[in-house]
Every structure is written in C-alpha cells, then in structure tokens.
Design a protein around this ligand. Sequence first.
Ligand code: ARG
Length: 457
Amino acid sequence: MTKAWGGRFNQATDPRVEAFTESISFDKRLYGVDIRGSMAHATMLAHAGLISADDRDHICAHLDQIGEEIAAGQFVFRTDLEDIHMHIENALITRIGDVGRKLHTGRSRNDQVATDLKLYTRDAIDELDKLLAAIQKAFVARCDQDADVVMPGYTHMQRAQPVLAAHYWLAYVEKFQRDRERLADCRKRVNVSPLGAAALAGTTLPIERDLTAKLLGFDSVAANSLDVSSDRDFLVEFVFCLSLVAAHLSTWAEEWIIWFTTEFSFLRLPDAYTTGSSIMPQKRNPDVLELIRGRTARVMAAVPQLLILIKSLPMAYNRDLQEDKLAMFTAYDALHASLELAPSIIAGAELQYEQIESRLEDGFLDATALMEYMIKKGVPMRTGHETVGRLVSHCEARGCRLSDLPLEELREVCDLIEDDVRQVLGTRNALLALQSFGGGGPTSVKLRVAEWKQRLA
Ligand code: ARG
C-alpha cells in the first residue's frame, strides 16, 4: 500500500515508525467533524470551478456513507493510514477513484486538522453549556426544597455567620455561570475558520475561504495562514475553562464530603451515589464525590500539557501538535462524566435539618450582628469588635451563648445597648438582620432565587 504522500519515497516505512506516528487510535473520534469539513470544502471547490458539481455530489454522498459506516462500527481502521484524515480520504478514493483524488485540492492536513479541532471544540462548548445549565437548575431547585433552612457559614472552616442554605446553592450557580460565560467567550476565538490556510502559505488556487467558513458556521476567517497551522491557543484556553469548571465541581464535592461525615452530619447522600466498604459493613462512602474531586487532576493537567507542547514550537505546523488531542480529549471526557452525574447528586442529597438546627446556636454566629448593632448605636467599629470579643470570651468561660446574657451584663460593657438587642441575638435573628445586596439573609436571597429562576427558565 503506497502512502498518500509516498511519491518521493523509495523505502517503505518501518512498521515501528507507523506505530509511533499514528494518531488514528485517538483521533478517530474526529470523523464526524472531519466529514463535515470535507463536505464544505468539496462544496466550495465546486463553487470555485475547481471540481464539477457532479464530482461534488459524488464526493459528498460517499463521505456521508463513510460517516455512517464509521458510526455503525463497520469501518476498519489501520495503523498504516496514520490518522482520521487519511482514512476517510483513502476510503473515498477506494470507492470513487479519481473523483475522490480531487477532494484534497487546495487543502492540507494542517488546516484540515485545525478545522476539525475547532469544530469539535465548538460542539464541546455547546454541550458543556447545556450540562452546566442543568447543574445550575438542580441547585436552584434545591433553593425551594430547602427554603428557610439556616446554616452556619464558614471561613477557615470555622463557624462565622449564618446564611440561608439557598445562599450556598446560589454561590455554586454563580460560579457555574461564570464558567458558562468564560466558555462562551472562548467560543468566539474558536469560531474563526482555519480552512483554506492550506499547509502554511495558502494556495495558488482560487479557493473561497469565506464560503467554507459560512458553510461550517464560523464567524470569520483566520487572516494569517502561518498562524493557522501553528495556533493551538484556542485549545489551551478551552482546557483552562474546563479546569475552572473542574475546580468548582471539586469545591462542591469537597464541601459535601465534609458535610457527609458523621462529625458534620449536615447531609445525606443518596444510596445510588455512594458505595460500601469491602471490610467495614457500616460504611457508606462518598466515592462519586471523591472521584469528581480526583478527576480534576486529569482536567487540570491538560493546561500545562498543552502549554509545554506549544512552547518554543517554530512556525508553522510541527508534528508535536498531534499530541494536542490526547490532552484535550482526556480533560474533556473526565469533566463531561462528572458534569453528567452532578445534577442527580445535587437533587438527591438531603440536608439533615434537625442535625443542622440542633447546633445552630454553637459558635457565636451572632457575634458580628451584635457588633454591627453596636455600630448602629454609635460605637466605633473597632471598639465594638473588641467589646463583643470580650463578651464571647466571657460566654466561653461560662459555657453560655451571647443570647443568654442578661441586659444588665451587656450594658456593663456598653451602655448604648438596649432592649432591642434581642433582635440581633441568636443565630436566626442574626440572619434576619443581614440586609446588604448579595448577602446571605432572606431579603437578598429570595430576590436572587427569583432572578435565577427567570434567567434559567
Ligand atoms: N495527524 C496529524 C495531527 O493530528 C494531522 C496533521 C498532519 N500533518 C502533517 N503535515 N503531517 O496533527
């Protein structure tokens, strides 16, 4: 079997070199976008008078059929045909001979693979957007389910101030919203057509790059052919976007793993999303959440991997770039699997209301509200901070809460304190007193929940 590029070679390729250089084992999943790109290319060639309308129809019909065979698992892949581009072109030539030999006119695998990758990435972004929206919706649905549930908010994993449970849920909704926006922004740079840059310099043939761009749904045409064959910026950017999504998933997984411990007992995970131990009969382990957290490694690793790959590559195409797909597919697959599972876990978990409630008065969650009460009465902030600090220490020594202190004792440390202090003491009161925009109290949270419902509808 002579190679498509075999014209100037006198020796057959060493089979070990074929095995070393092949990419079909991992780029075959590009077949759909490769065929889409080739059909647009053939359509353009006919429009430009470089092939006949009959040739175009012939080529497209057979490309279609080849695509169906690959989808059905009826297509044979061979290491000696290197990559997906060669496989499809070779199949076409085997079927329709000379007409098939015209498809690659005015095109190189360099602009072809860049086009395939951009089409694939664009589809991936659209798919991720749907998955992220599903997660957001699952969190927003929880806001109704857990309406009015008060939880401790933490900083440094120490009890800090109370917030509504819905405030936690919407915090994730915000993070995933930024992820969606980041991906949408990345999509703009993905959606610039490489096709027609040919190998590195363009072509002497009268191709119509605008037409292929339009047929493939690209917004514009990349303006420098040298840049096109070397550009993988869009992939670095894409996997970075994936990494932040993974980081957000991982934060969520970590938080829920902690909440699922006996020590916290804030949350019960559905049986279907936990696993048991082979030796300890009582165990229910949050393995799925742990793997969502753990898979983040695979996703994030793609960022340095791709940066290292492109660092110091000279213009234009270099075979190193073939490795880009491994990094991107690995990251995408890992993240995709986690995103698919997340909504069911979010929807199926149950907050342990009684457990949370039973310890809600622990940890002086109302201390900041008391300090702010004093500020409103005219006490300088730092003085209020110090005074409440002393009260907390006093309560700790006595084993009581701020709300247990009689008014006289409070007035001993600050005579501006009056009876209305009861309105901010106790965790629930401290929560109700929160009033700033974006805060964790009911006024703000209820508005945000309504807003998100509308935005995600
Ligand atoms: N399989 C190659 C890749 O993934 C396709 C481009 C090959 N181009 C070349 N000039 N050898 O990058």
